[in-house]
Design a protein. Sequence first.
Length: 430
Amino acid sequence: MRLIRLALLFAAAAVVQHEASAQQPASRSMTPAEFSALQASEVQVEYETLEDFASGLGLTVDELDVRARAFWADATAFEYRRALGSPDVAFPYLLCRKLIGSDSNSTAVISGLDHRLAIDEAIAAASQGKDIPEESSTAIDPSHTLVNADDVYCAFARLGGSVAEAVDCSDDGGGVECIVQPLLVAMKLMPGTIQDIVDGVKQFYAEWDPVDEEEVYIPPIPSDTSMNGTASATNTSDEGGGPSPVADPKPTFPSLDLVLCPGVVEGDMVAEYTAGNSGIAPVVDIQEAATAWLLSNIGGGDEARRTLSQTFYWTSDSAAALSEQFGGEPERAALLGEALDAAKTTELCVSAFEDRLTWTGVVLPHFVRVEFMNSDADEIDEFCALALTIALATMPEVCTLEVTSTPVPFNDRAQWLIQSFEKNERPFFD
């Protein structure tokens, strides 16, 4: 029976691979495991690739891998179709050149520069005779390199769909393969993004308690939890030693940090911004584009629902059909679908997106912070925040997204902490 079920799973995956290859991209896509080895992200949770998921789903590890690969291949095909359906838009891709059969003992080494130049040539060749989107990458920007190792080089670029499916940066001798992977939403999200939003919103409304207070320090919630409430705390430590946490007087609503893709901000803008002319940072343009994108995808009504189904994989007919074949969708997909449904059926998220978001350029113009204003807070905010995250992650201009991290000091005298973690023990000086 187990073998029969595994055969059925492989059959379902084969159907997906056939659909994905119907567009006949010149280069293969990545596997979930390959990407996870390069970059930490939400991929392992969203596509349930970790072995811990197997027992809960009643699958073997092999069956779990087949299931994850099938959803991944289907999502990749979805993103290709999405790009091909919008020929005037440049979408983000991860392009890699990888030595075939290389290992730690191999003497074959190709420099990152040579890899990058080969990818540049492949992009130029694939662009010949095509009307390419205005913001398409004509060459790899070195600042958007993801990995530069002895056996692999990967970088981000924005390309039109017809160019992306034609890119072939492999060599004639067969020793180097080319990989072109559309950026899926989970690839853009840093680890823990979704859970951090859920926990952060609940903490803001004083509904969440840490599982282990000794391992996870959460600032105490003020006794006055109204929007205008205030509280104070002092930094103290007892005679027993150990960290002395500093209380945050007021929890803040989770904010998001975005990294914009290549081409969204021009090189001369980056140079001027670095030189101190921060006024040219195109945050206003991004704010207007992102707000319009949010409202078109989650603005309510039949048109927004149709738009969303063509934008976010887990709400597509393709994902629904594959989920039925596998007996259900991944748990994360269900959570995000629920949040998007809730956001679409209320006008509160629309008003939140229009009136309660602030956009700020951070460090460089291609780093943007999005914050929820705390006024007019509502219980629907958890769904709005999740919907905001997903909608922004589907934007072709966004390559990376994470919840803003807040540094929390543990004590005011850290000498013993960094030397021994035993109070008053300072072996470097004693």
